[in-house]
Design a protein around this ligand. Structure first.
Ligand code: NAD
Length: 259
């Protein structure tokens, strides 16, 4: 049986890719599309119900799994609608504040909710092996992360860079918020040992590049992930939707739960 999908942010870069795959891959069916009041008109001609109001759409397609790649406030509103109706929800949006994350976690006790800052298989394998590398190399190796994204990206640094940074900080016994440095300008002096630099580069149509540097005495290791297209994230989101469809609420699920 195919998994019915409602895409929130269906007009966006990720939303268009996910809607196309959901409509064309046999394992999924596109059951609804949502975008803002201003942009929902651009979804005209769709073969499924279209709305600017997710709550209203959920009454028409009750069992569908929602996939939301939009902005933090919009995804939180989707989570409230999912919690009220009991639908499963996959969120790919990045840039949540700590308070917004806490609200998502609370809503995940009422409906199955999944969030991942990066849905690609490659990045999630990296999340596993980078902390091992940090531990094996030890303290003499300084860790820096550089991410590159297209010139329309709203949040900085990327959610993926922060997620990778959190795992690396933990491997060193640190909290990322205590050691993160995302700006260096002027007479900054020597680099403190307890530091992880995360720098953002923006330009053109780059889908996403993350490079982690381990720099030690006389050598350096660079581990890079390059996303070639948005399809890799869209496939991950759809896979998460199929996985989440029969899960119970209780915790905010993530990629580690799915693999
Ligand atoms: P985008 O700006 O192209 O798309 C956002 C869409 O949301 C737009 O169509 C916009 O009209 C719509 N929107 C705005 N307000 C809305 C509302 N009130 N209701 C419904 N829709 C509304 O952005 P994008 O490049 O597709 O990225 C979206 C998010 O996904 C960003 O946070 C980005 O960082 C994240 N992202 C995550 C992954 C991942 O793997 N987790 C991958 C790529 C992007």
């Amino acid at each position: 049986m195919s998994t019915a999908i409602i895409v929130v942010g269906a007009n966006g870069r990720m939303g268009r890719t996910i809607s196309h795959l959901a409509a064309t891959e046999p394992a999924y069916s596109l059951a609804g599309m949502v975008d803002s009041k201003e942009r929902v008109g651009e979804l005209g001609g769709a073969s499924c119900p279209v709305s600017a109001d997710l709550g209203e759409l959920l009454t028409k397609v009750p069992g569908a799994v929602i996939i939301d790649f939009t902005a933090p406030a919009v995804s939180l509103a989707s989570a409230r609608a999912a919690a009220a109706a009991g639908n499963a929800l996959v969120i790919g949006t990045t840039g949540f504040s700590e308070a917004e994350k806490a609200e998502l976690e609370a809503l995940a006790r009422r409906a199955p909710i999944f969030w991942a800052s990066n849905m690609s298989i490659g990045v999630n394998v990296l999340r596993k092996i980078l902390p091992e590398l940090a531990r094996a190399l030890g303290e003499p190796y300084d860790i820096e992360i550089v991410e590159i994204h297209h010139n329309r990206k709203k949040d900085s640094p990327s959610g993926t860079a922060l997620t990778l940074g959190e795992g690396l900080a933990e491997a060193r016994g640190w909290k990322l918020n205590d050691v993160r440095c995302s700006a260096r300008d002027g007479i900054i002096g020597a680099r403190p040992k307890a530091q992880i630099g995360i720098q953002a580069v923006r330009g053109g149509d780059v889908v996403g590049v993350h490079t982690v540097y381990f720099m030690g005495p006389g050598e350096r290791i660079e581990v890079s992930h390059h996303a070639h297209s948005r399809e890799t994230f869209a496939q991950g989101a759809l896979r998460a939707a199929a996985w989440l469809a029969n899960k119970k609420p209780g915790k905010l699920y993530g990629m580690a739960d799915m693999f």
